[in-house]
Ligand binder design. Structure first.
Ligand code: IMP
Length: 443
């Protein structure tokens, strides 16, 4: 058995959903450990499309345990909508989907604050998803947050009054409209509590017992490494630890019980929202990548900013997350280019640097140092044997492996599950226990 963390190595939207879905046959459970309904992907199941933002997509695999950990902030209305969607689609989740009773509740007043603060930031806006993620985590860190277990507290009204009054006071200073009275929130929370009761659990105990029983768990990070609150491009980040370390604090499973990490890396780079992006292409090539890669946000529909692959970022992500092996996604999007530059270093005030500068001002001024590789100008879609890859594509992959010093064992060349090349590198074999054959068979 192996417990594995899967994490995005860039600014999110690396295609983690597809890789998690692909690897599910090798695991007994999938666990989300941070974030909220700022994440999201659409998953196809029995000719139906499901739009999931909170619930791990593993729910579409019968019998798989799905857990939403204590590190998440959960908007109950969004969660209940997802449950309704699953029920309407005939997906059974009773007894295998659990939400931590220590996860924090994201309230409508958090979303109102998020929107008003962004408005007030003007040109310096972070470009959040407007879901209220930052204010919900802030309430948690300030120790007046409401946890899902508190929905049943006799002090529910007092707990809500603190949240609503603080939000109201700040909204007034920002010139934003009044919030509904606390009694409305109490009513809402009581209705949510009744429906949430069957899925709430002490998920720390549940997960550790599953591991004790020899089960293998896949810990799914939302967003990406560069959006991590501590290690990302602060302040243009999300409000949780999306890096591998977050899997332990966000679930209560100790680091000593985790066996490794798989990094998901897109063959080029995208980011949505504000903040530094050293290799950003603001010309027709960026536009071409966006159109070819369909780079529009799944949650907000916003166009994503696009650029070439940045190995300064990828090396940083490899180290921070202790990546054992990489799943490289969307290689096919690069099929049309004559040449493919890769950003391998930055020029900062005339000096070449190989590490990500920690401060925002340096990151905003660095220039990418590019290494240009030949394009392959032929379709790679659906190639399943490495020998069938064009030589230039192989050179591209070899270059990335050398830069990162870890093998690429999964290569995605299209949105469908069968469009995935899987190489049984020892790292992947180890992390999928003895079930890689099952993964390949169900691909
Ligand atoms: P927040 O998480 O809504 O507070 O947004 C903070 C930053 O993270 C913004 O730049 C968002 O665009 C970005 N972000 C949040 N969730 C995702 C995601 O799932 N994919 C990509 N970017 C995200």
């Amino acid at each position: 058995m192996a417990n594995v963390i899967i994490v995005g190595m860039q600014w999110g939207d690396e295609g983690k959903g597809k890789i998690v879905d692909l690897l599910c046959p090798a695991f007994d459970g999938v666990v989300r450990y941070q974030g909220g309904h700022n994440a999201g992907h659409t998953v196809k199941f029995r000719d139906r499309h499901f739009s999931l933002r909170l619930i791990p997509s593993g729910i579409l695999h019968p019998n798989l345990l799905c857990v939403m950990g204590n590190g998440m902030v959960v908007a109950p209305d969004a969660f209940l909508q997802e449950l309704d969607q699953l029920a309407a689609g005939g997906v059974a989740f009773d007894g295998r989907l659990f939400l931590s009773n220590r996860a924090h509740v994201l309230l409508p007043c958090h979303a109102a604050l998020d929107v008003a603060r962004e408005e007030a930031r003007g040109a310096n806006r972070i470009g959040t998803t407007s879901r209220g993620i930052g204010p919900a985590y802030e309430a948690k860190a300030s120790r007046y947050g409401l946890r899902t277990g508190d929905l049943f507290s006799p002090q529910l009204e007092e707990l809500l009054a603190v949240q609503v009054e603080r939000a109201q006071a700040e909204l007034a200073t920002l010139g934003a409209g009044p919030l509904p009275p606390v009694s409305d929130y109490v009513e809402l929370c009581r209705a949510w509590a009744a429906r949430l009761l069957p899925v709430l659990a002490d998920t720390e105990q549940l997960l550790n017992s599953a591991i004790d029983a020899g089960k293998s768990l896949l810990f799914e990070g939302a967003q990406g490494t560069l959006l991590d609150l501590d290690h990302g491009t602060y302040p243009y980040v999300t409000s949780s630890n999306s890096t591998a370390g977050g899997a332990c604090t966000g679930t209560g499973v100790a680091p000593t019980r985790i066996d490794g990490a798989i990094g998901v890396l897109k063959a080029y780079t995208t980011r949505v929202g504000g903040g530094p992006f050293p290799g950003e292409l603001t010309d027709a090539r960026g536009e071409f990548l966006r159109e070819r890669g369909n780079e529009f946000g799944t949650v907000t529909g916003r166009p994503r900013r696009c650029g070439w692959l940045d190995t300064v970022v990828a090396r940083y992500a490899r180290r921070l997350n202790g990546i054992d092996t990489v799943a490289l996604t969307k290689l096919d999007v690069l099929d049309a280019f004559d040449e493919i530059p890769i950003c391998t270093a930055y020029r900062l005030a005339g000096t070449v640097v190989h590490e990500l500068p920690p401060d925002r001002w340096s990151l905003e001024t660095v220039e990418p140092v590019l290494r240009t590789l030949k394009g392959w100008k032929t379709s790679t879609v659906g190639i399943l044997d490495p020998a069938d890859l064009p030589q230039a594509a192989r050179d591209y992959l070899d270059f990335i492996e050398q830069e990162l010093a870890v093998p690429i064992s999964i290569l995605s060349t299209g949105p469908r599950r069968e469009e995935t090349l899987i190489q049984p590198h020892p790292a992947l074999v180890r992390l999928t226990s003895d079930r890689l054959g099952k993964v390949i068979e169900q691909r």
